[in-house]
Design a protein around this ligand. Structure first.
Ligand code: PRT
Ligand code: MG
Length: 216
């Protein structure tokens, strides 16, 4: 029985490696240096595919991968259809925030009922957040470097992930509202879980054990 795991390079792969190891899975190559998109592991029948962070749920939804690891930010935008989400891994933690340029009176604008221009990669999350607050927004879809938008007059505010806060500080921005805490989740294809339970369940148990031991 073969099992394919979808991961993204960078922080997700780095922070997942110890959890994979706890499940007896060690990548044969480092995705940062290898150009391979399908990487073998020390375990027969288990391979890792390297995809963009925001594509992980898609590969798992369609069964091209049996399991994957994706941030809650990515899962909210994807919608989660066809996915079983058994475990919060407590890794790649950050916060989804609203941020504005220093000096911009966000509270005042909200109180006045002003219409705000908000730039973000997270349209769904942003739309739901401002709708729940009753704030009128024009959302502008970006694919990255959201921090630039308020500085050049593209938007009044951004919705983005913040971890250390260094990127906001370096760009004269400040967080004005937390939308939600974010961490990475294990996702499993629903059909694969039924058909390959014998192979997948022990992995889920090993991940859960490693997460509990990690004290997250
Ligand atoms: O890079 P690519 O476009 O392929 O995709 P991606 O940026 O979504 O992937 P990646 O690998 O950067 O992030 C994968 C996952 O890590 C995200 O989906 C989040 O769940 C999680 N994560 C945790 C973060 C951060 N922390 C984070 N700080 N993802 C992005 N950031 C960015 C943030 O967008 C901002 O630009 O880092 C910057 C802020 O960091 P600080 O430390 O300066 O506050
Ligand atoms: Mg990135």
């Amino acid at each position: 029985m073969s099992i394919r795991i979808a991961l993204s390079k960078g922080r997700i792969f780095d922070e997942t490696a110890p959890l994979l190891k706890a499940a007896g899975i060690i990548a044969s190559e480092d995705p940062e240096t290898s150009r391979k998109l399908i990487i073998g592991t020390g375990r027969t029948g288990v391979s890792i595919i390297i995809v963009r962070a925001s594509d992980v749920p898609t590969y798992v939804q369609y069964g091209a991968a049996d399991l994957g690891i994706a941030g809650k930010d990515v899962l909210l935008e994807h919608g989660g259809g066809g996915l079983y989400q058994p475990l919060d891994l407590g890794i790649a933690k950050c916060r989804m925030m609203v941020a504005v340029q220093n000096g911009f009176d966000y509270e005042g604008a909200v109180r006045r009922g002003a219409r705000l221009r908000v730039a973000t990669k997270y349209l769904k999350t942003a739309r739901e957040h401002f709708a729940a607050k009753g704030v009128h927004v024009d959302l502008i879809k970006l694919y990255g470097s959201m921090e630039l938008a308020p500085l050049v007059g593209l938007a009044d505010a951004i919705v983005d992930l913040v971890s250390s806060g260094n990127t906001l500080r370096a760009n004269n921005l400040q967080a004005v509202e937390e939308i939600m805490p974010i961490s990475a989740r294990l996702i499993v294809n629903q059909a694969a879980l039924k058909l390959k339970r014998q192979a997948i369940q022990p992995m889920l148990d090993a991940f859960a054990g490693a997460v509990a031991k990690g004290g997250t």
